[in-house]
Each structure stands twice: as structure tokens, then as C-alpha cells.
Design a protein around this ligand. Structure first.
Ligand SMILES: [Fe+2]
Ligand SMILES: [Fe+2]
Length: 241
């Protein structure tokens, strides 16, 4: 379904005059991005600075952490502008808003972090791509702004995984990290037949179904991991958990 079939909502002002369902749908997406960007930065990117093995790696990891916190800040600002209560835009332990389950594994090693950037940020890239033609232009613009940074994070993952694999025993360590991290990734794309996803597409906020995105993700992850890096992508059933 082309986004051109839908009304384009160019400003926050115009947003205020949209049907309730449209406003709810946009708020849901912005809220989920604000929370997941914050939680990811807290549990992965910031702790990874301490795990980074060299000053150069620490420098680039700081940049990644800075940008992920930045994504949270921008999504939170947008959320506030469209009437989402502040407490729904931040993650607090035990709070009402839970981040996605993919963030549930505790990050222990530098290898796990590099693999998380390699394939976790590929998943983020797909999510952001899906918003590039969103009918709500402030959200589309935010997606366009964050995209080069998400690409940098995935490239960071690829570059450091490549470095790690050149060291003795490194290939097996990266493969082990991949075996640990990858299986929870496909669930990032949500449940098949999701009502929310159907609503997002009906309003031209998102373009693709969860199933289409998950299949595309697994295909692109396989090209990257097997085609480019010569590792093995763990077998996963293409279903949400
Ligand atoms: Fe991000
Ligand atoms: Fe990222």
C-alpha cells in the first residue's frame, strides 16, 4: 500500500486535528522507540565502553552510546510534543513500560557487544527504513535523521567483528556470541498478524507487515553473516517468540 493514498500530516499542529486512532497509532510507535533506545543505551552501549579493549574502541563506543542516548532524547521530545505523558517515554525498573524482550540477556563480553551492533542494529535499520515514508512527517524526519547513525552502528559491529575474527581463536568467539545473541532477534519484529501493525499500515505510518520485515531481516542477516563474514547464522524459526 503506497503512503500517497493517505493524508500526509506535516506538522504537530496538523497532528492535533487527526482522528484519535491515528494519534494513538503514532504515539504507540514513538513511545516504543523512546523506551527501547533508552533501554538499549543503558544495558548495552554504556556498559560496553568499559568492555572496549583499546582507547580507539572506547572512543567509538562512546560515540555509539552518545548517539543511542541521542535517539532516545529526540523520540522523547517528539513524544512530548504529541501528548505522550513523560513517564511513558522513559524506562524505569518496575515501571509500567517494559522494553522489548530482546534486551533481556545480560551483556558480558566485548564480542557480544560487537555482534549486537552487527545484527541488532541491522534490525534497527529495518525498523527505521519502514518509517522513512511515514505519513506523519515529524516522525519521518526523525527516521531520516537517525538513519546514518544506525548505519554507523551496524558498520561499527561489522568492522570490530572482522578485527576480532583475525585474532587467534577469534572466529570461534564471534560465532559463539552470534549463537547467543541472534536467536532472540527475530522476535524484535513483533507477532504475526499483529493488530497494531495492521493499524499502522492502514494509516500509512508503517509500510510492511511484521512477517515481511522478519523475513527480510533474516535474509539480510544471512547475507551479512554468511555471505560477507563467512560465519554461520544460527537456525531460527521465522516466527515471533
Ligand atoms: Fe538507535
Ligand atoms: Fe543503533
Amino acid at each position: 500500500m503506497a503512503a500517497t493514498e493517505h493524508t500526509q500530516v506535516k506538522t504537530i499542529e496538523e497532528f492535533a486535528h487527526q482522528p484519535e486512532e491515528y494519534k494513538d497509532a503514532v504515539r504507540k510507535i514513538v513511545r516504543s522507540h523512546a523506551i527501547n533506545e533508552l533501554y538499549g543505551a543503558q544495558v548495552f552501549d554504556e556498559p560496553a565502553i568499559a568492555l572496549a579493549p583499546t582507547p580507539y574502541a572506547k572512543w567509538l563506543t562512546c560515540r555509539v552510546a552518545m548517539e543511542e542516548y541521542g535517539h532516545h532524547v529526540r523520540f522523547k521530545e517528539l513524544g512530548e510534543q504529541i501528548g505522550v505523558p513523560e513517564e511513558q517515554l522513559v524506562y524505569r525498573p518496575g515501571g509500567a513500560k517494559r522494553p522489548l524482550s530482546i534486551f533481556d540477556f545480560p551483556l558480558k563480553t566485548w564480542e557480544e557487544f560487537c555482534v549486537t551492533k552487527l545484527i541488532g542494529d541491522l534490525a534497527e535499520i529495518l525498523q527505521v527504513e519502514d518509517l522513512l515514508h511515514c505519513t506523519f512527517h515529524p516522525l519521518r524526519n526523525l527516521a531520516r535523521m537517525t538513519m546514518p547513525e544506525e548505519r554507523f552502528h551496524a558498520q561499527f559491529g561489522e568492522d570490530f567483528c572482522t578485527d576480532l575474527m583475525e585474532a587467534k581463536g577469534g572466529r570461534a568467539e564471534v560465532q559463539a556470541a552470534l549463537d547467543k545473541v541472534f536467536p532472540s532477534m527475530p522476535a524484535f519484529f513483533g507477532r504475526p498478524g499483529s493488530k497494531n501493525n495492521e493499524m499502522f499500515r492502514r494509516w500509512g505510518i508503517k509500510l510492511r507487515t511484521n512477517e515481511e520485515m522478519r523475513e527480510d531481516y533474516i535474509r539480510r542477516a544471512r547475507d551479512l553473516v554468511e555471505g560477507k563474514l563467512g560465519l554461520e547464522l544460527p537456525d531460527v524459526t521465522p516466527q515471533a517468540a
